[in-house]
Design a protein around this ligand. Structure first.
Ligand code: NDP
Length: 293
């Protein structure tokens, strides 16, 4: 049976390190590191994410600034809010919760965020920095996956990695991060031929597809390390109830894999913890201070 990679415990440890760093930052600068989160509209899932981000930011001893704007806010008004946050010295990190209402151009909004406060790592400047190996900000979910992999495996150098999914938020930055760790990286997607055969070559499998339990145990090389990014809500065993599953069929995969992240409790808890980590890094950089992780 595979070992379970406990993302919840790792995320707790990461948040504790962030909290210690926040105390040190405040002692040096006289202010708390600050994260601003902008939410437009009433999307229930986004409201939950924003609430959790705010709570965890405060729990780590950082300042949290929430900007909740109505769904009919104009793009100009939103851009003006982002521009104010760009120049606000109390704000180290800015996150605009996606998706935005359909009358807004997400790319334009993200491009307006100061790249040095873009703790989500979605600005093209940060995408370019990641691709060229310059220090910048890396999207939180894939960075969390790499942290879990390195914690489990140590050096990733020379390992065969297959990333299933090529989104800008998960798959592509995941592939860049694994390349930077000297893995041999294959990026699979909906047009990939014979996906099970491609996955069977991998020492590391990262599934970021959004299809419940798609990756089966008999697709895996025995002993592979499996990172399941997927979060899918499916009908539960009791009528009217639902449950969360990943993109990997945990029951069969855990018979073959060497280690595997569960859903929930694997990658999910890492995302906000890494966001807070990125914010503390931003605070130090923006204040001209060094930061040792
Ligand atoms: P997207 O829908 O943006 O991307 C999905 C990717 O999967 C696409 O590249 C698509 O290929 C590929 N794909 C779809 N079907 C198949 C298939 N049958 N075979 C192979 N590849 C396929 O999703 P995201 O990257 O945003 O998210 C992926 C999953 O991760 C979701 O379940 C999401 O909920 C979860 N997630 C979890 C987070 C967390 O905090 N743990 C954070 C972000 C996402 P193509 O490009 O060809 O269409």
């Amino acid at each position: 049976m595979a070992q379970i990679i406990d993302g919840k415990a790792f995320a707790e440890g990461l948040r504790a390190r962030v909290a210690t760093a926040a105390v040190g930052f405040e002692a040096k600068t006289g202010r708390k590191p600050g994260l601003a989160v902008v939410l437009v509209g009433e999307d229930p899932a986004s409201q939950v994410y924003v609430r959790n981000k705010g709570k965890q930011t405060l729990a780590c001893g950082m300042a949290s600034f929430e900007h909740k704007l109505p769904a009919d806010t104009s793009e100009e008004e939103l851009l003006a809010v982002v521009e104010r946050l760009n120049t606000d010295p109390a704000v180290d990190g800015i996150l605009v919760q996606l998706p935005l209402p359909s009358h807004m151009n997400e790319q334009k909004v993200i491009a307006t965020i100061n790249p040095d406060k873009d703790v989500d790592g979605f600005h093209v400047v940060n995408v370019g920095r990641l691709a060229t190996g310059l220090p910048g900000f890396v999207p939180c979910t894939p960075l969390g996956c790499v942290m879990l992999l390195k914690d489990r495996l140590g050096s990733l150098s020379g390992l065969d990695a297959v990333v299933i999914g090529r989104s800008n938020i998960v798959g592509k930055p995941m592939a860049q991060l694994l390349l930077a760790e000297s893995c041999t990286v294959t990026v699979a997607h909906s047009r990939t031929r014979d996906l099970p055969e491609v996955v069977r070559r991998a020492d590391i499998v990262v599934a970021a597809v959004g299809r419940p339990e798609m990756v089966k145990g008999d697709w895996l090389k025995p002993g592979a390390t499996v990172i399941d990014v997927g979060i899918n809500r499916v009908p539960g065993s009791e009528e009217g109830k639902t449950r969360l599953v990943g993109d990997v069929d945990f029951a069969s995969a855990s018979e073959v894999a060497g280690a595997i992240t569960p859903v929930p409790g694997g990658v999910g808890p890492m995302t906000i913890a890494v966001l807070l980590r990125n914010t503390i890094v931003a605070a130090h950089r923006n204040a001209g201070l060094s930061f040792d992780e």
